[in-house]
Design a protein around this ligand. Sequence first.
Ligand code: AMP
Length: 281
Amino acid sequence: MKLTKTKAELRDMLKDIRREGKSIGLVPTMGYLHEGHLSLIRKARQENDIVVVSIFVNPTQFGEGEDYGTYPRDLDRDTGRCREAGADIVFAPEAEEMYAKTNAAFVDMSRLTDRLCGASRPGHFRGVMTVVAKLFNIVLPDRAYFGQKDAQQVLVVKRMVRDLDFDVHIVEAPIVRETDGLAMSSRNTYLSPAERRAALVLSQSLFEARQRIEGGERRADVIRNGIAGQISSQPLARLDYAEVVDAETLEPLREIRGSVLIAVAARLGDTRLIDNIKLEV
Ligand code: AMP
């Protein structure tokens, strides 16, 4: 496995690989890798000749007062995990390598980004789309791998690929959870033991909602209010949003029917966590 920190060296490595007709899978991450990330790398390993993992804490997707400075970083541990999961190349640029000092170009979207996480994190998806577009242009992957954990991100990336004609296939992989149900996240390391226990309310409220829907409940507001009430009743949690939306358009639903995304975000202390489930009804 090779590690590179520069775009030029990465492009150089990939040029020969592409000339040989080999397929390239890209797994974009912000590092501090856990089983969720590794599941994407392993999937990419199965489906491509060459697997590139990018590790980059992208400053443009963090808002003011968010955790860009404190986001956990451990490149040595991450490269070890990438090697074990079968990656061929790790691309870990510094912010100065990724963005020119006078960078003025961004990718924007007029739909999909104004709801859910986009509503509580203005500018977040602009930063995500910009860095993903840059990675696509640098790596020119055949396939790129994203987790359902960030369900809105997958939709936004797919739409960007369609609307800007990127020649890449987006592969979505299911959420990997801790044994008690908490969705794995690099940000879980911020949680105190009490917050870690309280954080279970996110997945539990979603699992209970699924049970109620399987039991026949079709009123979206009943499901939404049930989740919101459950999260709000946990003293250490502060609800950001709970939404029942169409899984393709993110439009709020009245009736639970078709492809449904139920998404939540909440703060445990200073830590903002998200989770979701998708249902076919
Ligand atoms: P991040 O490093 O948090 O930006 O995540 C990098 C990629 O890993 C994104 O596509 C995430 O959706 C995905 N990911 C993060 N956590 C999980 C998880 N628990 N299960 C599956 N995929 C995940």
